[in-house]
Design a binder for this molecule. Structure first.
Ligand code: BGC
Length: 878
């Protein structure tokens, strides 16, 4: 019987008792901390989900036991995405934690809306066997370890509490023990061969013992305060307490300023307060995917604070080796950490604290006006002299460094040359990140006090060792956009050069630009559809963001839509004399136009629509594929997500989340990360990875914060560009995403980002431009949101203007998955968006294209041109 027939045959009469449907074996992988469904609802993290056969009474919640142990957290919810069936989510995390075992779930006393009580049901749950490291993957996994380690940021180290002295017992506290997160939720999820968490790492280290009683206690999966006898016992074993604070984060849902998300939960606060009273030393590990409020450091006199992020499959050993000093921390913050309400974008970001949480598919249309303009992250705090918790670029290590400028030369035709000497002035070895910022002269144009223009990580320097670092900073990395001139330029005046190891760098010199220097003249594109006040240094108080224009609108469509300029297709449409196959074009790429010109409208439409139900539900778990055309030897091309590993059913490498890769500030390492994921993708039959994702960290509550790189366009652009370079170097295609201004998940398909042309060019597009300078990607993915009057997916000025004509992008453009829920397919094709995803294998979507060509609503030449970009790109990879 098919699943469909089975569902139809379920007895749902008034007197029929409800029961739980189970389709085959139930497997629970306790290393997959959040599971697939957290993306739909944060409550589902760590749960096994079942469906009831009937509509259930949510006031009559029954009970669940795991091998006789009662489960505390049970959720009964009706879910639209599950065909409006009632789901029972049972939080088994902590209770199910042994490899290769069968557990029995006893479920009883749930009642349906007709008043029938279910018969008790026993369901067997299996856990997978333990997987051990294999020699053949050693090289790849050593990169995963290294980047996890180099991405760890040491934020506090009072009285040199770290590294931990050896031969002590480790007291771990908090639900983070069983919720040690190593990856993001959604597209940034990893599916690694195995995982080593912090407990695994401590157990493998003979120099330390673990207080196992605390581990047992935290099977409750909550941040509970242990009973006094456990605390007394712990204190006797060691006067140091390590508390893990953990947060899930990822696609689909933004975080909020509720307690337990941006702020500590009541339980965390109580626990931390008690730990600081009880123990002499308290160290907090932030196993979080986004910055949270760290006011607790002062409040409770926390001595050590470590931001570990999501460290990937070897996140545990990387963290442990850092805490014990086997390796020194060398990560730096990619974001300014500040109190949320001090961040100017907080005025214009949908924060669901106390109001309805909106997810990606919410129906409300939202406007998000970027009143903070170019003052994102440190560009605001540094320029306006506002206090922060931890500045951009900041991170401690176990030694100290002196960074000295040796020589500074400015050549007005080439740029800035800077020679720097770094000396390890401390006792231990370590790496330092040298950061160069410049301050532009303040003439007419609003400008931040300084911007990052270069950074380099040293090699591991022994005590007293020195290293020379040479920077050649081209003018293009310093230029800023001037909307009055519609040009990227350096305005005449004195430029200040700053050197250091965070944004509070020291002024080391200056150079003069004699006259206004235009580096690139451009056309005005994507200008904002409404006027609004931009934050300005001239009137900081009057211009400070008010948030009045942002929020849910009453409209049932994107408001402020504005027409875009149209670009004529360059495609000639001339048919070849003889039939050409894919192989012919592969051998001779000059033939692409001829090859494409021979396709019928139906074939062109087929190539324009991805052929998958999407999101890994089919095949090997790919997100989609290019459907081959019969008769032309046309190959299929599978695509999968993969910021941190290949996101398909087969297990593979599990790298840290991008923000952690980015915190390493190690470009070569980021390149290695891309290369390793590329090699693994290749061996799994995936020629195109939907990564890197690197939208600007505009606001810390963005659900996708861990997947993205930085608040700074230069830093993010470089780190993401090098990742792409590594991946493309092994012949695997990348898709840089999500173009553009995709800065929140709430109602993401109905969210309209409104920003100045300057913010686009100096921040939000700049990051793409810089990454593409390092590596032209095979493809670009547009975003779900609209930007300045047009959905990004159907924005001809974005795709054909900025991307193709200005930057010279020569790959193909694809939509984000199901963008067609809110944007007409034909509009996207007209704008030059080639590949509509995830599509289907039937005619649902292709017919829209065919009809449009046939009724004259779509220029065939545009369709052909779009497809030719796809073919030109494909032949390089398959
Ligand atoms: C995400 C993309 C991802 C795609 C395919 C979408 O929901 O926004 O980043 O590549 O799904 O899985």
């Amino acid at each position: 019987m098919s699943e469909f027939d089975f569902l139809a045959s379920i007895p749902r009469g008034k007197d029929d008792k409800p029961f739980l449907l189970s389709f085959g074996e139930v497997i629970y992988n306790f290393n997959d901390i959040d599971g697939l469904y957290t993306m739909l609802d944060k409550d589902f993290s760590g749960c096994i989900i079942f469906n009831f056969s009937k509509d259930m009474n949510s006031d009559r919640v029954g009970s669940v036991e795991v091998d006789g142990v009662p489960v505390t957290n049970i959720y009964l919810k009706k879910l639209a995405v599950m065909g409006n069936m009632w789901a029972l989510a049972v939080k088994v995390r902590g209770l199910i934690s042994e490899y290769d075992r069968t557990y029995t779930l006893t479920i009883k006393d749930f009642v349906d809306t007709d008043g029938n009580t279910m018969e008790p049901q026993d369901i067997e749950v299996k856990t997978p066997p333990q997987v051990y490291p294999e020699e053949r993957f050693e090289e790849h996994e050593s990169i995963a370890y290294q980047v996890a380690q180099e991405g760890i940021v040491l934020l506090e180290n009072k009285e040199g509490i770290l590294p931990l002295a050896s031969q002590q017992t480790i007291n771990l506290f908090g639900k983070g023990i069983f919720q040690f997160r190593v990856g993001a939720v959604g597209a940034g999820k990893i599916n690694p061969r195995y995982i080593k968490n912090i407990v695994d790492a401590i157990k493998e280290d003979n120099d330390y013992q673990l207080n196992e009683n605390l581990i047992e206690f935290y099977r409750c999966d909550e941040d509970k305060l242990p009973p006094q006898n456990l605390l007394d016992e712990a204190k006797e074993l060691s006067n140091t307490a390590i508390m893990l604070i953990t947060r899930s984060s990822g696609e689909n849902i933004d975080n909020t300023t509720e307690k337990g998300e941006y702020y500590l939960s009541e339980e965390e606060d109580t626990l931390l307060s008690k730990l600081s009273e009880t123990f002499e030393n308290v160290i907090v590990i932030l196993n979080v995917g986004y910055p949270i409020y760290t006011g607790f450091v002062q409040k409770y006199g926390i001595k050590g604070l470590v931001y570990s992020g999501y460290g990937g499959m070897l996140g545990g050993p990387a963290l442990w080796d850092t805490l014990t000093g086997k390796v020194a921390p060398s990560g730096k913050l990619t974001d300014t950490w500040a109190n949320y309400l001090d961040i100017p974008s907080s005025q214009n970001f949908y924060d669901a604290a106390g109001v309805e949480r909106l997810d990606a598919n919410s129906q409300q249309y939202i406007n998000t006006v970027y009143e903070e303009d170019i003052y994102v992250g440190y560009r605001y705090f540094d320029t306006f002299n506002k206090p922060v918790e931890y500045p951009f670029g900041y991170g401690l290590t176990y030694t100290s460094f002196e960074i000295e400028s040796k020589q500074l030369n400015f050549n007005p035709k080439i740029g800035l040359e800077l020679e720097v000497e770094v000396t390890n002035t401390g006792q231990d070895s370590g790496k330092e990140v040298v950061q160069v910022y410049i301050g532009h002269p303040r003439n007419n144009l609003e400008k931040p006090k300084k911007i990052l223009v270069a950074f380099e990580k040293t090699s591991c320097l022994f005590a007293k060792e020195k290293e020379q670092v040479v920077f050649n900073i081209p003018l293009q990395h310093m230029m800023l956009y001037n909307p009055e001139e519609s040009a990227y330029m350096l305005e005449a005046g004195t430029f200040t050069v700053y050197l250091g190891n965070d944004v509070n760098a020291t002024e080391i010199g200056a150079f003069c630009v004699e006259k206004d220097t235009i580096l690139r003249k451009v056309e005005h594109l994507m200008t904002p559809p409404i006027e609004f006040t931009l934050l300005s240094q001239n009137e900081p108080e009057q211009s400070y963001p008010q948030g009045k224009l942002s929020g849910i609108t009453d409209e049932e469509d994107f408001s402020y839509l504005t027409p875009r300029r149209q670009y004529k297709p360059k495609f000639s449409g001339k048919k070849p004399n003889q039939k050409l196959t894919y192989q012919d074009v592969k051998e001779n790429p000059q033939l692409v136009e001829d090859f494409v010109a021979q396709f019928s409208v139906e074939e062109l439409a087929r190539l324009s629509i991805c052929g998958s139900a999407g999101w890994g539900m089919e095949g090997i778990g790919e997100a989609g594929h290019v459907v081959g055309i019969e008769g032309y030897d046309f190959p299929e091309l599978l695509v999968a997500d993969g910021n941190s590993g290949v996101n398909i059913h087969a297990t593979n490498i599990g790298m840290p989340s991008s923000v952690t890769v980015s915190s390493s500030f190690n470009k070569e390492l980021s390149q290695e990360v891309g290369k390793v994921i590329g090699l693994e993708a290749k061996s799994l039959g995936i020629p195109l990875i939907l990564a890197p994702a690197f939208n600007i960290h505009r606001n810390p509550l963005n659900g996708r914060h861990p997947e993205y790189y930085s608040e700074d366009p230069y830093q993010a652009g470089m780190m993401a560009g090098y990742y792409a370079k590594g991946m493309e170097s092994v012949g695997v295609a990348t898709s840089m995403k999500h173009l553009i201004a995709n800065n929140c998940e709430s109602s993401r398909k109905r969210n309209h980002s409104i920003l100045s042309e300057r913010a686009i060019r100096d921040i939000y597009f700049k990051v793409f431009e810089l990454a593409m300078e390092v590596q032209m990607p095979a493809s670009i993915m547009t975003a779900y949101n609209a930007c300045n009057g047009s959905p990004t997916a159907s924005d001809s000025e974005l795709i054909q203007g900025l991307l193709r004509r200005e930057i010279g992008f020569d790959g193909f453009v694809m939509t984000d998955w199901t963008t067609y829920d809110t944007v007409p397919i034909v509009d996207m094709i007209k704008a030059g968006n080639t590949w509509i995803t995830p599509g289907s294998l039937d005619e649902t979507y292709t017919s829209q294209i065919i009809d449009a060509v046939n009724n004259g609503n779509l220029n065939l030449l545009q369709l052909q041109e779009n497809v030719s970009w796809l073919i030109k790109t494909m032949i390089r990879y398959v």
